[in-house]
Design a protein. Structure first.
Length: 128
């Protein structure tokens, strides 16, 4: 078998996936582009396994199976994140996602917000 056609197909699929990750603004489409890249890697692994004789028999197929398992886990976690983002923001556009909620010049966020601190400074009975 000539491995040129599957290799070129895998390269084109991977290129389309990279374009989708870099160019798309919708989180679901970005996840689909990542899946396209993982499928291109699977095609590459299966083609390399069938064309070369390695010391490990069916090594490419085993690695492709691992990639499929990782892709399934990635879809589950990714869609959970996208659904939570849609619930919070009402949109899955990646341009609208702010990674930092506070302004960058405000300093670090406190770990716990003070709510009703009692003490000499807040009760008004202490020294001024």
């Amino acid at each position: 078998m000539r491995p040129v056609i599957p290799y070129v197909t895998a390269a084109l699929l991977f290129g389309l996936g990279v374009y989708g990750v870099l160019r798309r603004r919708n989180a679901v489409l970005v996840l689909m582009a990542v899946e396209l890249m993982l499928n291109a890697v699977n095609l590459l692994l299966i083609t390399a396994d069938s064309t070369t004789r390695a010391a490990l028999p069916h090594g490419g197929q085993v690695f492709a199976l691992f990639v499929i398992v990782i892709a399934a886990a990635e879809v589950g976690v990714g869609l959970a994140i996208v659904l939570q983002l849609y619930r919070l923001r009402g949109s899955v556009a990646l341009d609208e996602v702010r990674l930092h909620e506070h302004p960058p010049d405000a300093g670090p966020e406190p770990a716990v917000e003070p709510t009703g601190v009692t003490g000499p400074a807040s009760s008004g009975t202490g020294p001024r």
